[in-house]
Design a protein around this ligand. Structure first.
Ligand code: NAD
Ligand code: ZN
Length: 350
């Protein structure tokens, strides 16, 4: 269990069946509501509710339609009203059971309800386990853009059950793998070695492997975030691969790539910019490329127009002042934020 941040992160196979026991130490009252989505509820809701009620919790659930389309203020309003109807009080808790969509929405609901009640995360996608459940960002989308409305709101505890990964589809697993490789490139070269040595086991979701990767990822993210909770500077290195990645997602209207796939392509191309600046050598970039490919992740964006990619990067909310910020690897297992010129980007794109 990880305790280097302000709340504990429990990682274990099958922990979902024991959450009642653990939660007694973290929650102020016995009243809680589980927020989950229409896929996860079919597989894990019963288990979670049983685990809570057998330890004396009075628990109910709210189910949202699975998918990013639910991540909006209408869903938040409905959930807040339902929390009130269930009789949630100031000392009650909201429990997020699901992927990043559920976690982001439920966290916002917990932050807003009666000015903030206890919040627990039970992330069920690999992406949520290694990324969105750690760091305290919660929020929803507007039609105008993703994650425009939100807050920083830390959970009381995070419970990561590696056994739930078995029901996740392959593509969703790879989306999480992409973020883990990102942590290796920006902070920990040994994580890349670990991938190269154990690739087959990892891709088969071997439990020891997954527990190690999730633990290291949460450590790295907690570490970066705790130095810079509100994203001024240091935290920005977590955006490695995301500048071009977001542009690709947005140009293809979030239909062609899942997030981690777009990030994989973005990491490769940001690596090319770093290579041109001689921050890394050619063999290291090739190593990154080969690792991504052998995991089954893309490193190529097909025939998307490079001028459109650059235009999109310029409009990104993180680049409002006209400068284009890029996270670039410098040496092995290290990265920093740099201002990059338009021509440098165009030079590496096709
Ligand atoms: P998601 O929550 O939509 O989950 C993906 C799909 O997997 C959904 O259909 C879901 O129902 C299903 N699913 C979840 N767990 C499952 C399981 N164990 N077995 C079978 N199916 C399961 O997507 P995601 O990739 O987890 O999260 C993406 C969201 O996370 C985005 O909205 C993004 O903005 C957000 N995010 C937030 C942060 C943050 O710091 N708060 C960081 C990264 C991403
Ligand atoms: Zn990401």
């Amino acid at each position: 269990n990880l305790k280097n941040y302000s709340y504990p992160i429990y990682i274990s196979n099958g922990i979902l069946s024991d959450i009642g026991l653990y939660l007694r130490n973290h929650l102020r009252s016995g009243r809680a509501i589980i927020i989950t989505d229409s896929n996860v509820s079919n597989i894990y809701l019963q288990n979670a509710e049983d685990a809570l009620s057998k330890d004396g919790f009075v628990v109910s659930h709210l189910v949202i339609k699975a998918g990013e389309e639910s991540k909006n203020l209408y869903t938040v309003k409905r959930l807040l009203e339902e929390c009130f109807d269930f009789g949630l009080l100031r000392d009650s808790a909201v429990i997020a059971l699901g992927g990043g969509v559920v976690g982001d929405i439920a966290g916002l609901v917990a932050a807003l309800y009666m000015r903030g009640i206890d919040f627990i995360q039970i992330p069920t996608t690999l992406l949520a386990q290694v990324d969105s459940s750690v760091g305290g960002k919660v929020g929803v989308n507007l039609d105008e853009g993703k994650n425009i409305v939100g807050s920083f709101y830390q959970p009381k505890a995070v419970f990561i059950d590696t056994s739930v990964l078995k029901t996740l589809n392959k593509r969703e697993v790879l989306g999480g793998i992409s973020e883990i490789i990102k942590y290796g490139i920006i902070k920990d070269e040994s994580l890349l070695n670990f991938f190269e040595t154990n690739l087959e086991k990892i891709l088969n979701l071997d439990d020891d492997m997954m527990r190690y990767l999730i633990k290291r990822s949460c450590e790295i993210k907690s570490d970066v975030v705790s130095k810079d909770e509100k994203e001024n500077n240091i935290r920005a290195i977590l955006n490695y691969g995301h500048t071009i990645g977001h542009a690709l997602e947005s140009i293809t209207r979030y239909k062609k790539y899942i997030h981690g796939e777009a990030v994989a392509i973005g990491m490769y191309y940001a690596g090319k910019i770093a290579l041109n600046r001689k921050y890394i050598d050619e063999s290291y970039l090739l190593r990154i490329k080969n690792l991504l490919i052998s995991c089954g992740l893309p490193v190529d964006y097909g025939n998307i127009d490079k001028y459109e990619i650059v235009k999109c990067i310029k409009h990104d909310k993180k680049n409002r002042e006209g400068k284009m910020k890029f996270v670039l690897p410098i040496g092995y297992g290290n990265a920093e934020v740099f201002d990059v010129l338009e021509d440098e980007i165009l030079n590496v794109l096709k």
